[in-house]
Design a protein around this ligand. Structure first.
Ligand code: C2E
Ligand code: MG
Ligand code: MG
Ligand code: MG
Length: 300
């Protein structure tokens, strides 16, 4: 009995010690992570301030590789670390609010390019999408700033599109919807990004002033083998068709995925199969060459 009691006490002490060690480990990790994050945040803030944020363009194509537009994607090359993945810096930029000035810069770069493209017979036909964060729409001032940027650059509004995600509607549906109306009133088109991954109420799709929905790459990735991914992708394509919306499939990496999406009725594609995101000048050369991107369906 005595031994048992001693063992119980020793056991309890060990538990307390190991819990304490674990706690200290967690605190240490948290502190280190916080430090890392704030150093990165500081560097990002500096990069935004000095205009080091770049916009890459990724082609959007028809199945035969004809370019119809592009999506602008934010790129950041850190002086010491090289290119930082958007998966790392975008969430940090969202948390800190730096996404507003950074997104503003991407919009300004794209608007300037679209203005320069106006007299080009090929480039003037293309539409470029810019990702817009919820922080840019929740504040009236940043929406005004965004539209001001478009005007200042004398951007042909019909060449510009803004991409929003479903998660933006969770907080205040009406606020975002009315901002969308305001933007669309200027002739700028609107796309719903990563469709099907977020708060998917189908009813609100009808209430939003949308021109395009984008099938998320998580559904495209597992085509054609995965039956449920195929069902979801097909449902999104048909839904878009029924609502009179343009449908773009994202993350198309191979011919099998392309063919499956084509069979569903999808007509516009974006993905590594056609092109990776490239610097603007490189995209301009790609589009001007008039050559279809390397995606012509392989002969059967
Ligand atoms: P997104 O808007 O859904 O952009 C598509 C992402 O898929 C891009 O990642 C693109 O590089 C990647 N992608 C394109 N084709 C393929 C493919 O065939 N396979 C695979 N595996 N991936 C492909 P990226 O550039 O890393 O951007 C990630 C996310 O960061 C974007 O997702 C968007 O939500 C956000 N983001 C990027 N630029 C901006 C920006 O300027 N403003 C805001 N607010 N968010 C941005
Ligand atoms: Mg996008
Ligand atoms: Mg997307
Ligand atoms: Mg995405």
């Amino acid at each position: 009995h005595f031994m048992n009691e001693a063992q119980r006490r020793v056991g309890a002490v060990i538990n307390v010690v190991s819990a304490t060690v674990l706690l200290f480990m967690i605190i240490d990790i948290m502190l280190r992570e916080a430090k890392e994050t704030s150093a990165l945040e500081l560097d990002f803030a500096r990069a935004v301030a000095t205009g080091e944020i770049q916009a890459y363009l990724q082609a959007q194509c028809t199945a035969d590789g004809r370019i119809v537009g592009a999506e602008a994607l934010m790129r950041w090359r850190h002086s010491k670390r090289g290119y930082v993945s958007p998966a790392e810096f975008i969430p940090m930029a969202e948390r800190s609010g730096l996404i507003v000035p950074a997104g503003e810069q991407i919009a300004a770069i794209v608007c300037k390019a679209l203005h320069a493209w106006e007299d080009d017979p090929v480039l003037s036909q293309l539409t470029v999408s810019v990702n817009v964060s919820s922080a840019q729409l929740y504040s009236g001032a940043s929406t005004t700033k965004l539209l001001g940027t478009v005007h200042e650059a004398e951007t042909p509004p019909a060449s510009l599109k803004f991409e929003l995600t479903e998660s933006m509607f969770v907080e205040d549906f009406e606020a975002v919807r009315s901002k969308m109306e305001q933007i669309r009133g200027q002739g700028i088109r609107m796309a719903l990004d990563d469709f099907g991954t977020g708060f998917s109420s189908l009813a609100y799709l009808k209430l939003l002033p949308l021109d395009q929905i984008k099938v998320d790459q998580s559904f495209v990735r597992d085509l054609p083998g995965d039956a449920s991914a195929a069902k979801i992708a097909a449902t999104i394509v048909h839904l878009g068709e029924d609502l009179g919306l343009e449908v773009v499939a994202e993350g198309v990496e191979n011919h099998a995925q392309l063919q499956a999406l084509q069979a569903m009725g999808c007509r516009i594609f974006q993905g590594f199969l056609f092109s990776r995101p490239v610097p603007i000048e490189e995209f301009e050369a790609l589009a001007r060459s008039g050559k279809p991107l390397p995606a012509a369906p392989r002969p059967a």
